[in-house]
Design a protein around this ligand. Structure first.
Ligand SMILES: O=P(O)(O)OC[C@H]1O[C@@H](O)[C@H](O)[C@@H](O)[C@@H]1O
Length: 244
């Protein structure tokens, strides 16, 4: 059904880049924040944060892991600090808060675009009785689902706030998707994972889910397949068309 193996009863959807065009918002905010940080640190000759840096060290991971993993790739070690560090603090939390302000300003000013194919897929999944859970590393998930009106299609969520509160490991560990399956009351082999990040398809693969759908919005289909995607599409509407 809907391009998925017959045994699948439950869809576990990543949010940013799968349901909404917000991976690009995160990518830009990370770049702006890290470039300003690196320039202040290393001067005009600084080595900028690239799209490859985003894909490899940041994409799909919880915010603090993204900060830590990118800084480690440049041999930079900052103290963690605390969640209420101001955005000016030179700590992992401070840089994360700096980036989060940029994301929230952008969304407040320009809103969020929903992928129409994903909205239709959610509607179809609902109509056909598939369970629908959002599993995202983002602590902004509730806000994004609310401003887009997508919350009406979603039965539950595991997000960046849940991960922190319940001490659940972020992607590429399978734990957040396993928590999503548990929330739906479905065994992993009856769940399909929908992911646009390499760290996310790795999480789906590691969790032995019934199917891992890679969503390629930026031309990284090969990396998604190598990470463990069983099938790669450019848009979820392609899975609906297969039904006809
Ligand atoms: O900073 P937030 O909103 O908690 O999100 C953390 C991460 O959430 C993921 O969903 C995005 O793919 C990442 O790019 C982002 O960095």
């Amino acid at each position: 059904m809907l391009g998925l193996p017959d045994a699948v009863t439950t869809c576990l959807f990543d949010l940013d880049g799968v349901l909404t065009d917000t991976a690009s918002v995160h990518r830009k905010a990370w770049q702006q924040m890290f470039d300003a940080f690196l320039k202040a640190r290393d001067g005009d000759g600084f080595q900028p944060f690239t799209g490859d840096d985003y894909n490899e060290y940041v994409d799909g991971k919880p915010r603090q892991d993204g900060v830590r993993d990118f800084l480690a790739s440049r041999d930079i070690n900052l103290p963690d600090g605390t969640p209420d560090d101001p955005p000016t603090a030179e700590t992992v939390w401070g840089l994360g808060n700096r980036k989060n302000n940029l994301v929230q300003d952008e969304i407040a000013q320009h809103g969020v675009e929903v992928y129409e194919g994903s909205r239709r897929y959610l509607q179809q999944a609902q109509a056909r009785g598939l369970r629908r859970i959002v599993v995202s590393s983002s602590a902004n998930t509730a806000m994004v689902l609310r401003v887009t009106g997508l919350e009406q299609y979603v039965e539950g969520r595991i997000d960046g706030v849940t991960l922190r509160e319940q001490n659940i490991k972020g992607k590429p560990a399978p734990d957040s998707y396993l928590a999503g399956a548990k929330l739906a009351g479905a065994p992993p082999d009856q769940c399909a994972v929908f992911e646009d990040a390499v760290s996310g398809v790795e999480a789906g693969h590691a969790g032995h889910f019934g199917c891992v759908v890679g969503v390629d919005r930026v031309g990284h289909a090969d990396a998604l397949r190598a990470g463990g995607a069983d099938v790669v599409v450019q848009d979820l509407s392609q899975l609906i068309d297969e039904e006809k």
